[in-house]
Design a binder for this molecule. Structure first.
Ligand code: PLP
Length: 390
């Protein structure tokens, strides 16, 4: 078996060993419950509150504005459902390019009898400020638009959208799961009222994330229980998880410019390698403009040739057999692979969207790994095209 080439960092990243080391004491001897008043409990409480301060400092928030969650999905649900439940009247405005965590939370809001406007993204996958402006004319309670798209990497103009919202006294939530730890995410600069993040996207542990909620904003809790997280999220805190998340976020901040530069160089290398290997065979899904897209995500799709679509699932499985681990962004619904809702919303035809490949690089990705991935992709695509034509 070839050595594996992992190019699926937008799905999840490996745990940084420095993060692991910071977590270990809280999985071993420091096992106290932060709610216990004895010394072991107090040590855990201290670690949780210190993690909250460290995270708040990185994103320009107050510690009291950070609610720890079980990840991005819960943070998105808490923002969208928790806000709408507390604020009667007014619509929810979101976009068809959002992650399922926001889309399904929006469905729940709609099922509760509230109006939900789902905006179509532009061809590049971003949500244009103008389309939010038009939707705001109809009156809204909350706008939820993601910072950068997890499938195509396009960045939406959140600062502009924030101004439009605030001029009309409408709250803005952004799902920043793909940007926290990659870009300079500062809640004051972005102007958002709520922001979701997830540790496993930035070399932290899985199953832990946070929601930033600007002071003064009231949310109905999703999970009721004890009075943890100032009664906004019941349940014993994931002490090792939040310590790991704070460490991972600080490392991402300290190393941000090197990481960004590395990703940007790899992206250029990948784009060059793709165009020399498969010129004319594929299209880039999303924005080719580096200012408008994340440096670590590239999504390409393969339109049908002579009316014959490429089988996206076979494409990924063939790449997997070559040791190349990428994803399609498409969801597996009841056994059948459906084309990505994001690519369809961007106006890409079903037949092309079903053959999409998302390549997402990470800290350990090398140019050599990219070359091997592109060679494998070329081999697989040529073989599949030949077989389809036979
Ligand atoms: N939002 C976006 C944009 C994501 O990419 C993801 C993860 O894929 C999530 C939300 C969900 O985060 P989690 O896996 O922590 O629940």
């Amino acid at each position: 078996m070839n050595q594996l080439v992992y190019l699926d960092h937008a799905a999840t990243t490996p745990l940084d060993t420095r993060v692991f080391d910071a977590m270990v004491p809280f999985l071993n001897e420091e096992y106290g419950n932060p709610s216990s008043v004895h010394r072991l409990g107090r040590k855990s409480r201290f670690a949780v509150e210190e993690a909250r301060e460290r995270i708040a400092a990185v994103i320009g928030a107050e510690p009291s504005e950070i609610i720890f969650t079980s990840g991005g999905t819960e943070a998105d649900n808490l923002a969208v459902r928790g806000y709408m439940e507390m604020h009667a009247g007014g619509r929810l405005i979101t976009s068809a390019a959002e992650h399922e965590a926001v889309l399904r939370a929006a469905d729940a809001v709609g099922e509760g009898g509230r109006q939900v406007d789902v905006l179509r993204p532009s061809e590049d996958g971003a949500v244009a400020a103008e389309s939010v402006e038009d939707a705001l004319e109809r009156g809204a309670a909350l706008v939820s638009i993601m910072h950068a798209n997890n499938e195509v990497g396009t960045i939406s103009p959140i600062e502009e959208i924030a101004e439009l919202c605030h001029d009309r006294n409408v709250a803005l939530h952004t799902d920043a799961v793909q940007t926290v730890g990659v870009l300079d995410v500062d809640v004051a600069k972005l102007g958002v009222d709520m922001l979701s993040a997830s540790a496993h996207k930035f070399y932290g542990p899985k199953g832990v994330g946070f929601l930033f909620v600007r002071g003064g904003i009231e949310l109905a809790p999703l999970i009721r229980g004890g009075s943890q997280e100032r009664k906004r999220r019941g349940g014993t805190e994931n002490v090792a998880g939040v310590v790991g998340m704070a460490t991972a976020l600080e490392l991402a901040l300290d190393e941000r410019s090197e990481r960004f530069q590395h990703a940007r160089e790899l992206k250029q290398h990948l784009l060059d390698a793709l165009s020399s290997a498969l010129e004319g065979e594929y299209r880039i899904s999303g924005s080719a403009d580096p200012q408008r897209a994340l440096p670590n995500i590239i999504n390409i799709h393969f339109p049908p040739v002579d009316g014959r679509p490429m089988d996206g699932e076979m494409l990924l499985l063939n790449l997997d057999m070559e040791g190349i681990l990428v994803s399609s962004g498409s969801a597996c619904t009841s056994g059948a692979v459906e084309p990505s809702h994001v690519l369809l919303a961007m106006g890409i035809a079903n037949s092309a969207a079903q053959a999409a490949v998302r390549i997402s690089t990470g800290l350990s990705t090398t140019e050599d790994a990219i070359d091997r991935a592109v060679e494998a992709l070329e081999r697989v695509v040529r073989r599949m095209r030949r077989q389809a034509a036979a």
